[in-house]
Design a binder for this molecule. Sequence first.
Ligand code: FNR
Length: 179
Amino acid sequence: MSLTIAVIVGSLRQDSFNARLADALAKLAPDDVEFRRLRIDDLPLYNQDDDDSPPPPVTRLKQGIREADGLLFVTPEYNRSIPGVLKNALDHASRPYGDSAFPDKPAGIIGVSIGAIGTAAAQQHLRTILAYLDMPTLGQPEAFLKADDVLDGADIAEGSRDFLQGWMDAYLDWVRRHA
Ligand code: FNR
């Protein structure tokens, strides 16, 4: 079964480890799985006053989510939570009330950090948000990754390849089960 996965990266940094991880993960999937990165860098700050006339980047984001069979969040941890740019995107695509793009979309969460806990705190916060948004989210395996261990330039380091292949296989099974 071919799948389309919408990927949201929680970092806008040019040389983001998480962006690199997202690209490297896509290579672990079979050819009939298409990964589409959704832009969040051009979204305005969410303002409920604009709910009736969302700007084009918001409409584009919601369409990208709706067209996908599943969502993949690849995010850093900022100050023990998710980055503001990611929360801003989640708020935009969940509104106006009754027109959220998220319900029932199967999701996976993964992230890489330079710190020892490998985005664990951010992932727990994101799980809480996705539960409220009614998204079935892969519970196991969890993946808390440290950049030095897991990335080798643009590729996955040899020592992490099997683990991340297992994570990707479980994630795609999860999406197929819910799509
Ligand atoms: C960080 N970083 C960080 N790392 C971590 O493990 N836990 C944390 O709470 C934080 N907090 C934090 C806040 C802010 C504002 C910044 C800019 C950074 C460090 C973070 O892991 C590092 O900058 C990564 O490189 C960010 O991911 P990208 O941009 O490389 O994908």
